[in-house]
Design a protein around this ligand. Sequence first.
Ligand code: ADP
Ligand code: MG
Length: 246
Amino acid sequence: MSVAGADAKPVLRVAVAGKTYRPKGAAPVEAVRDLAFTIREGEIVCLIGPSGAGKTTTLRILLGLDTDFTGEVAGAEQAGIVFQEPRLLPWRSVEHNVRLGLAKPDRGRDLDALFERLGLTPWRASFPRALSLGMQRRVALARALAGGPKVLVLDEPFVSLDDNAAAELRALVVDTVDAAGMSVLMVTHNVAEAIAIADRLLLVSRRPATLVADITLDRPRRLRDRAWADATRTSLSARHPEVIAD
Ligand code: ADP
Ligand code: MG
């Protein structure tokens, strides 16, 4: 944990003892077991684990979207969420889709600064199908940010984008949350991406997802060069080869 982070206020607390799916007519699937962590004010935390581990399940639980589990979560009401798929309403404008991120009484709020920051001003009246996947993801991001959450929760938000679009969106996320003092919990299986932006890495095992390691990266983001990133990755994959390949 970074020095500033250690006594910063918790914004999200998760302690899942267990989560098992019980599909009708099929064998039960144990998705999560003993996975506990806390996200503090202002930190960027990346959750890394194999595909099918139980990461999305964990996010749905901590957001209160799935209540069929054993354990405790706190802070969901302070979170804004960006799912892997943009999940926009195709028959609504960009403007309307973003306003859906606000509670009904707030839907008329001035969002000019948010649209401007995310480069969406020219697209406010457009429909989602007119936008590239990268721009659609920005709309999903704007919708998550509209209500001014304390913590932004992102589920593999940059997959299927080309490297440039992903890097651009990533920088946008980091600048936006830094400016707002917001925290981030991001699920990714892109280790390089996590090493580039995270203050802390949470490594989870293959299914059922269990916490394997909680690693602080205390080098300031602007000082993270290629050599440091390579050395960090090498040391992580030596210690946790089951989660991070080299
Ligand atoms: P990840 O996000 O880490 O790739 P998920 O949390 O989506 O993994 O899924 C974890 C496991 O739970 C997978 O084996 C997946 O097939 C299973 N699973 C997810 N949702 C359901 C469901 N609604 N019913 C049954 N099994 C599910
Ligand atoms: Mg997932």
